[in-house]
Design a protein around this ligand. Structure first.
Ligand code: TRP
Length: 512
């Protein structure tokens, strides 16, 4: 059992990016978090829509409510249903040599999102964050970032559409420009309110939130997404303790001319010794690591997994297990894919027909091959392979192809148009490919991502949104933009009218 001091017993739950502790009852109150943070719960309907538009069965994390909260995920889905793509952004603070199972959760889910939606992904390794908060040398954090990236890559991300970067190495002009713009919008008092900074916080910490906020805007990655802050919307899968960063980001998005990033947020992965917060990297028996051997996995589960089962066989048979607190049961909810089997285990174990030793054995049987497979994949991630993920000049052609493939599949328009003598569209393709070289890249007024789908519907949605989101009414840039949009619309209407008139004339000529 975890023991709590009197002081902790009275305490309220605390959830910040650096500190997660449960309330008096040792549990995290997720409903309260959703209320306090102001995000929304993911409902059945939203999950069904995701399944429909991706034609993919929802990941168990989604089906089982482990990813349970969101901000504007519904909007991302609505746009996607109409053919608009987005990009994924997630990350990790590299503070330990190897990852534990809890660390894998957001990455496994992100991998599923990437495959289901067929979208690009950026992964931030905050070596700077860990340097600022932990008793570590920067050089060690940078090394850990690369080590951790191997485990992340081993989750199976598509190297052609995934860009992994570590802050201390990637920091570039486009990134920095976003950072300062964000930083200017947030006062120290606001930062204190959001993150709990005090007079003792070092100023690197106080200045850090814009670093994690910036990748929410696509122009941090000009080699992939071009230079337009509104080229693509962003969806961030993360654990709910990261919400404060993105609440801040969403608050400033419009003021710096970008879209608010959408979020899909998970519960915490319960520690082996019982759910009172996150697993601790400093206590090796509180977690199973991706480097653990089969023997270690078995030992840890048998010795340390907190059980909700009866204290004796008789008690278990009589009363069954308390699934609310049972760690093997909770972990199976994460990692046992078979819904039927899971249900059966829950019934049998909950009623006492199944014993603690049995459910622990089932968990061992699920985790051992999972971890072994991970180790095999990780062994394949050589430095050369890793360099492909980290390449900041990665030819963005793959993104163009990715989107084109999608466009073709969904709308059957792109290729047809391109080859079909539609000169306007040919020009667009040529211009895009030119832009990919990033020579003199400028803002694309259409708000089109490089390679993003260009169905007419999509362009219309974009335009409407740009009009709606115009920065401050009456500002110079807003007026200029509005005038430009208006002029373009008028030009198009005039052309259409002229064409119609010409047709009309032709028809009259034919008649005569
Ligand atoms: N701060 C996160 C951590 O400590 C790492 C991180 C950076 C992240 N960017 C992110 C997590 C985006 C989720 C989404 O683990």
């Amino acid at each position: 059992m975890t023991t709590t001091t009197e002081e902790e017993e009275e305490s309220e739950q605390v959830v910040t990016p650096w500190d997660v502790s449960a309330g008096a009852d040792g549990k995290i109150d997720y409903a309260k978090l959703v209320r306090e943070f102001g995000c929304s719960e993911i409902d059945k309907n939203l999950i069904e829509r995701i399944e429909m538009c991706t034609q993919t069965k929802a990941h168990p994390f989604l089906r089982r409510g482990l990813f349970f909260a969101h901000r504007e995920l519904d909007e991302i889905v609505t746009a996607y249903e109409k053919g608009e793509k987005f990009y994924l952004y997630t990350g990790r603070g590299p503070s330990s040599e190897s990852l534990h199972l809890g660390h894998l959760v957001p990455f496994q889910f992100t991998k599923w999102l990437q495959d289901a939606f067929k979208v690009p992904l950026v992964i931030q390794l905050t070596d700077d964050e860990k340097f600022l908060w932990k008793d570590l040398q920067l050089e060690d954090c940078r090394r850990l970032a690369r080590e951790n990236a191997k485990d992340i890559a081993a989750c199976g991300f598509n190297p052609e559409t995934t860009f992994i970067f570590a802050d201390a190495s990637y920091m570039c002009s486009s990134f920095y420009v976003n950072m300062v713009k964000i930083a200017k919008c947030v006062t120290f008092n606001q930062a204190k309110g959001i993150f709990g900074f005090t007079g003792d916080s070092n100023i690197g910490q106080i200045g850090f939130p814009p670093v994690q906020a910036a990748p929410s805007f696509p122009d941090c990655f000009p080699h992939m997404f071009g230079m337009n802050k509104k080229s693509l919307k962003c969806l961030i899968p993360c654990a709910i303790d990261q919400d404060p960063y993105f609440r801040m980001t969403r608050d400033v998005s419009h003021r710096i001319g970008g879209y608010k990033p959408a979020l899909v947020e998970s519960r915490f992965f319960p520690a082996l010794k019982g759910e009172s917060g996150k697993m601790s990297a400093s206590d090796p028996t509180s977690a199973i690591y991706v480097t653990d051997t089969a023997k270690e996995i078995k030992n840890k589960i048998n010795k340390h997994a907190f059980s909700g089962g009866g204290a004796t066989i008789e008690e278990q048979r009589e009363n069954g297990a308390n699934l609310e607190v049972d760690v093997p049961w909770k972990w199976l909810n994460f990692f046992l894919e078979d819904d039927e089997k899971l249900k059966e285990i829950g019934e049998k174990y909950g009623s006492g027909e199944m014993l603690t030793g049995e459910i622990k054995q089932i968990l061992v049987d699920v985790l051992t091959p999972m971890v072994e497979d991970h180790q095999k994949r990780r062994a394949l991630v050589t430095d050369e392979v890793l360099d492909v993920y980290f390449n900041p000049t990665k030819t963005p052609k793959v993104f163009l192809d990715l989107f084109r493939e999608y466009e073709e599949k969904e709308f059957g328009k792109w290729e047809k148009k391109k080859g079909g003598g539609d000169s306007e569209n040919d020009d667009l393709c040529a211009a895009l490919e030119e832009k990919m070289k990033l020579e003199g890249a400028t803002e694309n007024e259409e708000g089109c991502a490089i390679g993003a789908p260009k169905s007419e519907d999509w362009l219309r949605i974009r335009k409407e949104r740009m009009q709606r989101d115009a920065p401050t009414e009456g500002s110079k840039s807003a007026l200029k933009k509005a005038a430009k949009i208006k002029a373009a619309a008028e030009k198009k209407a005039a052309e259409k009218a002229a064409k119609a008139a010409a047709r009309g004339e032709a028809a009259t000529c034919n008649k005569n």
